[in-house]
Design a protein around this ligand. Structure first.
Ligand code: DON
Length: 321
């Protein structure tokens, strides 16, 4: 099927409409290398099941996965050890607290971290990746991601160094996890793999493709390769809906209604499942979406990106609800 010029024009117009919302956020100042990005950037890529890409705005730029990696580690680990193994070690409950909060642990003293998308749960599952060292764990994850996107990926060393040097809160969380016996490896090793996965560089196009594969329950409709099981994709989408946008996941579900995962770099990966009864024709057979807009709001989600997804979902009836 041919690329549809109407879709392309619409996306370009919506990037322009939503650019101004960047003033509702700022770049992630607590990671200095992210803090110095130009906050006014906004870009989007969408891909359909035939492999047609529609990219508008600032889409040339690569950026780091940050928390988007948490969804991907969850999937990679579940593929390797099975979903049951992972869900024995991390729950699937939203916290309603900030992504790096220690409060849920202190108050509830749970027998496992609440979910794999808050930092505590993410550090726990990153530490479980196969391999004796953080380097081996990283290589396993990188290989899994490269299979999904179909090309080599790299680490952003500057972002890694910047986060490593300033990761005091994550270090505190990791010590807490160690004390609670959720971590089998050393704190510094666990932090190393976690910060490395956050610093993997991607494009909006890569995120769109992975989003499409998740939307298609682990199947890539373009290459016809099945990467992971329906069950894993299903739980990943549940987590994306309930915890993917942290403590604004409820608002995002109400106003956008697409399973998505954000990162403090300003990236958002969204998975639009097929919707044959949709009121509009665009992306009825589903889509993957990658967004980049580095000015993030207080919850850690791209401010302009979220507003743009709200408009797109409404206009093209993409909500799953
Ligand atoms: O651990 C951190 O704070 C970052 N590496 C990732 C946080 C993040 O992306 C939360 N996202 N919205």
């Amino acid at each position: 099927m041919q690329n549809n010029p109407h879709i392309q024009e619409q996306l370009e117009a919506w990037v322009e409409d939503n650019k101004g919302h960047a003033i509702l956020g700022t770049t992630a100042q607590y990671i200095p290398a992210l803090g110095k990005e130009d906050p006014s950037q906004l870009g989007i890529c969408m891909v359909d099941d035939n492999g047609n890409y529609y990219c508008a705005g600032d889409t040339d730029k690569e950026f780091t996965l940050q928390s988007i990696s948490k969804a991907l580690t969850f999937i990679a680990l579940s593929c390797n050890y099975g979903l049951e193994f992972v869900l024995e070690r991390v729950d699937v409950e939203p916290t309603g607290e900030a992504f790096n909060s220690i409060i849920p642990f202190e108050i509830h003293r749970p027998n496992k971290p609440f979910n794999p998308f808050i930092n505590a749960g993410a550090i726990t599952i990153s530490a479980l990746l196969p391999g004796q060292t953080s380097q081996k764990k990283y290589e396993f994850l990188l290989h899994f991601l490269e299979e999904l996107v179909g090309h080599p990926l790299e680490l952003d060393k500057e972002v890694y160094d910047s986060e490593w040097a300033t990761s005091h809160r994550n270090r505190a969380l990791a010590y807490y996890l160690k004390e609670a016996k959720f971590l089998d490896i050393e704190v510094e090793e666990a932090l190393d793999i976690y910060i490395r996965q956050c610093a993997i560089k991607v494009s909006t196009k890569d995120l769109a493709l992975i989003g499409l594969i998740i939307a298609y329950d682990g199947y890539n409709p373009i290459t016809k390769v099945k990467h992971f099981s329906d069950e894993i994709a299903q739980v990943a989408k549940v987590l994306m809906v309930t915890c993917g946008m942290y403590n604004s996941s409820g608002n995002f579900a109400a106003h956008v209604g697409i399973p998505a995962k954000s990162g403090v770099s300003g990236g958002i990966m969204a998975a639009v499942p097929p919707k044959l009864h949709s009121q509009t024709y665009e992306f009825r057979a589903g889509a993957g979406i990658g967004v980049y807009g580095p000015a993030i709001d207080v919850q850690g989600n791209s401010a302009a990106g979220t507003m743009m997804l709200r408009q797109i979902s409404k206009e093209w009836d993409l909500s799953i609800f």
